[in-house]
Design a protein around this ligand. Structure first.
Ligand code: FES
Length: 271
C-alpha cells in the first residue's frame, strides 16, 4: 500500500479552545472541546464540522464560522488559528489547511479576526463589510454595460498585465487587517488600487479611485501601515508590500494634482 494511504489512516485527538460569543454585544469567552478520531486527511473546516455534529448531538449550539467555496477562492473562512490568521501554513486560507499539520494531543485555539473595523457577529464570524465599502468607493472602472470594447484590442505589456493580475489575486479575506497591530487595510487597498491603476482601462479614474478608497479606508477606522510586514506574512495569495508602496506613490501623486486642481494654481514644472 502507498505511503499516502498509510498516513491518511492516522487519526488525531485534539483539544479545541474556541471563542464563543452569541451576539455582537455579548461578552465572549473561550470554551474547551475535545474531538477524537480526526483523520489527518481531513481539512480544518471538516474537523470543525465534526465538532459541530458532536455539539448538535448533545443539544449545544454549534460554532458559527464563515465558509463558502472551501477551495481558497472566496476569502470567507476568516479565523485565527493559534494566533495566526489562516493558521500556521503560509500561502493558504483556513479551508486549505489540513489536519496532518497538527500533532496528536495538541490544543488548538480558534478566534475570530481581531480588529476594530471587523466587529464579531457571532463566535468566529465577523462583519467584514467595511472592506466592501472601501471597494465600492473605487474598486471598479466606470463603463456603460454592453458598450465595452473587446479588451484584447488594447495592447498591454506583459510585465504590466502580470503585475495587475498578481494584485488581483487578493480575495479580500481580511487576514492582512487581522494580523496588523495597526489593523491597517493597506495591503488590501494597495492590491485593489494596483490592479486597476496599472491597466489602461483603469487609468482614467486613477486619482479619483485612489483618493476615494484611501479616504473610505480611513473613515472605516482602519489604521495606517508602519511597515510591520505582518500583512504580507499572512496573505494567503502572497501579495507583497510592493502594493502598499504603489498605493503611497499613487496617493501622493493624486493629492498633489488635486491640490493644484482645487486651488487653480499652475504647476511650475511639467504639464
Ligand atoms: S471557504 Fe472560500 S476561501 Fe476558504
Amino acid at each position: 500500500m502507498s505511503h499516502d494511504n498509510e498516513s491518511h489512516d492516522k487519526v488525531l485527538s485534539l483539544t479545541l479552545r474556541v471563542w464563543r460569543q452569541p451576539t455582537r454585544l455579548a461578552k465572549g469567552e473561550f470554551k474547551e472541546y475535545k474531538v477524537a478520531n480526526i483523520s489527518v486527511g481531513s481539512s480544518f473546516l471538516e474537523m470543525i464540522d465534526i465538532l459541530n455534529e458532536q455539539l448538535v448531538a448533545s443539544n449545544e449550539e454549534p460554532i458559527a464560522f464563515d465558509h463558502d467555496c472551501r477551495e481558497g477562492i472566496c476569502g470567507m473562512c476568516s479565523m485565527t488559528i493559534n494566533g495566526i490568521p489562516h493558521g500556521p501554513l503560509q500561502g493558504v486560507t483556513t479551508c486549505q489547511v489540513h489536519m496532518r499539520h497538527f500533532k496528536d494531543g495538541e490544543t488548538i485555539t480558534l478566534e475570530p479576526w481581531r480588529a476594530r473595523p471587523f466587529p464579531v457577529i457571532k463566535d468566529l464570524v465577523v462583519d467584514r463589510t467595511a472592506l466592501d465599502r472601501v471597494t465600492q468607493a473605487g474598486g471598479f472602472i466606470s463603463i456603460r454595460t454592453g458598450s465595452a470594447i473587446d479588451a484584447n484590442i488594447i495592447p498591454i505589456p506583459k510585465p504590466v498585465a502580470d503585475r495587475a493580475m498578481d494584485a488581483a489575486e487578493c480575495i479580500g479575506c481580511g487576514a492582512c487587517v487581522a494580523a496588523c497591530p495597526n489593523a491597517a487595510a493597506m495591503l488590501f487597498v494597495g492590491s485593489k488600487v494596483a490592479h486597476f491603476n496599472s491597466l489602461p482601462q483603469g487609468k482614467a479614474e486613477k486619482d479619483q479611485r485612489t483618493l476615494a478608497m484611501v479616504r473610505t479606508m480611513d473613515a472605516e477606522g482602519f489604521g495606517n501601515c508602519t511597515n510591520y510586514g505582518e500583512c504580507q506574512a499572512v496573505c494567503p495569495k502572497g501579495n507583497t508590500l510592493d502594493f502598499i508602496a504603489q498605493l503611497n506613490r499613487d496617493y501622493a501623486s493624486a493629492q498633489f494634482k488635486n491640490f493644484f486642481r482645487s486651488t487653480g494654481k499652475q504647476r511650475v514644472m511639467g504639464k
